[in-house]
Design a protein around this ligand. Sequence first.
Ligand code: PEP
Ligand code: MN
Length: 358
Amino acid sequence: MLVVMQAQATEDQVSAVCKKIESLGYRAHSMPGAQRTAIGITGNKGEVEAGTLEEMPGVQEVIRVSKPYKLVSRDTKPDNTVIKFPNSPVTIGGKDLTIVAGPCGIESRDQAFIIAERVARAGAQFFRGGAYKPRTSPYSFQGLGEEGLKIMAEVRDRFGLLIITEAVDYESLDLVDQYADVIQIGARNMQNFSLLKRAGRARKPVLLKRGIAATLEEFLMAAEYIMSEGNYNIVLCERGVRTFADHTRNTLDLSIVPAVQRLSHLPIIVDPSHGTGKRNKVTPLSRAAIAVGADGLIVEVHHDPDRALSDGMQSLYPDQFDALMVQVRQIAAVLGRTILTRESVVVGRVPHSSPLLA
Ligand code: PEP
Ligand code: MN
């Protein structure tokens, strides 16, 4: 059920409707928009009695939502969600494209610093890197754990990059929530519903990767799990799905970008690294992802990919990432989108002695 308020409804009227919904034992999710505020109702088992709400001052209409997801839907919030970060000009989902880059896993302080310096200089706003790695084999590198998170926090201070890293369970999610700017939920956990609900109670925005065989609806429902717990800052990420094709690791499904944008107000970025699994395909598909209208990219970069502890085959060399950024800026311009300059990202976040400002 969705309560649509009149364009001229006052804040008091909106909060009175929310209070009424809560008094009926449901949860109210107020979604202010440019034209009007809509209030989503969750926690109801059956249909909510619309009558009382319809009669309240400021209410335009009460709509039954037939889709299985509601808060992530454009019916609830017609305007795009733009995620903001404290003390930073960086956004996700606005006019600026968001570029996330870094190694698959944090392997050491030196490794992280070498790569962070290069991706920051090339123009990334976010540094990625797993401290907890969900690996197919239990004998593969599993990540440095909290030590990896501490290294990432150092990267943030030193280079003025925002930090994004994966949480794989409750315990790591608590820690990632403390250290990172964005909590990543990986493809393998896209339908780990208890973890999604826990992420919905976290303070930080969540990057939700598409499951390896998830339909569009399953993907949006996973986001709905997070949102239904009160965390409205969610970024979707297309990272390829498993198909019969074996010339790539996964099949990057770029058509999901406009499909998501039609149905949902949430931003969506693309991961061409896991989406292809092959270094030589990362740049072409990054270009395509921006052209198709994605809100940004998440790309694996490593200075010594042959010795990377995970995903070296799909990691760009820093020079290749430099070249990619030059191309992406040009494609962005065609679409009327922009990419923040390095200077505007770091000012206000790091001391002026930062090497990046030199
Ligand atoms: C990753 O981003 O390093 C990762 C493990 O991605 P995915 O969950 O998409 O496989
Ligand atoms: Mn990886």
